[in-house]
Structures are given as structure tokens and as C-alpha cells.
Design a protein around this ligand. Sequence first.
Ligand SMILES: [Zn+2]
Length: 98
Amino acid sequence: MNEPKMICCVCGFQQAEGVFSSRIAPVSCAYCKSCSEKGAEPYDVLVTRVAHLMLLQPGYELSPRLEHVKQVTLEISGITEEKFLKDVEIRRTDLSGN
Ligand SMILES: [Zn+2]
């Protein structure tokens, strides 16, 4: 057996179970069991998703489901809420082309 080892896109260190569709964006990523069970998403995917929603809907507030994804993702990635909001703002500016 010579299975290729894939690293989880969310935590970046555990071996992934496989590649699955993201629950929040039309992309596929490798998830390990623990991140998948918690419902976490790759940080970058989350930032882009939230930035996109804010762009479409000014004053957008995260749905309870997305809020949960955000909480677990930030926890696993070790990223603060403050840094997350900054990254969303940067991404939003990129997306809007300004
Ligand atoms: Zn993981």
C-alpha cells in the first residue's frame, strides 16, 4: 500500500481523511476527521465567503451556522476575531476591485 498522504487544509498538520466539498463555498478541500466533525473550514475559504457576503449585502451579519463555522475555524487556526475582521476587510476590498 502506498497511500498518498494529504494534510488537512484547516489545521494544517493532521492527516486528512480525504477531499470533500466545503460546506460554505463551492470548493473542495482536504479535511481531517477532527476538523470535519467540528465543522471547521479552511481559514481562507471562510474569509472569502464572509467578505463576499458582506459585499453582496452591506451590514451583513453572520448566520448562526456561519458564526459556528467561524468560531471553530478561528479556534483551530489560532486566529483572533480582530485579525479575522481585518482579513475580511482586506479581502472585501480586493473583491470589490477598489
Ligand atoms: Zn484538520
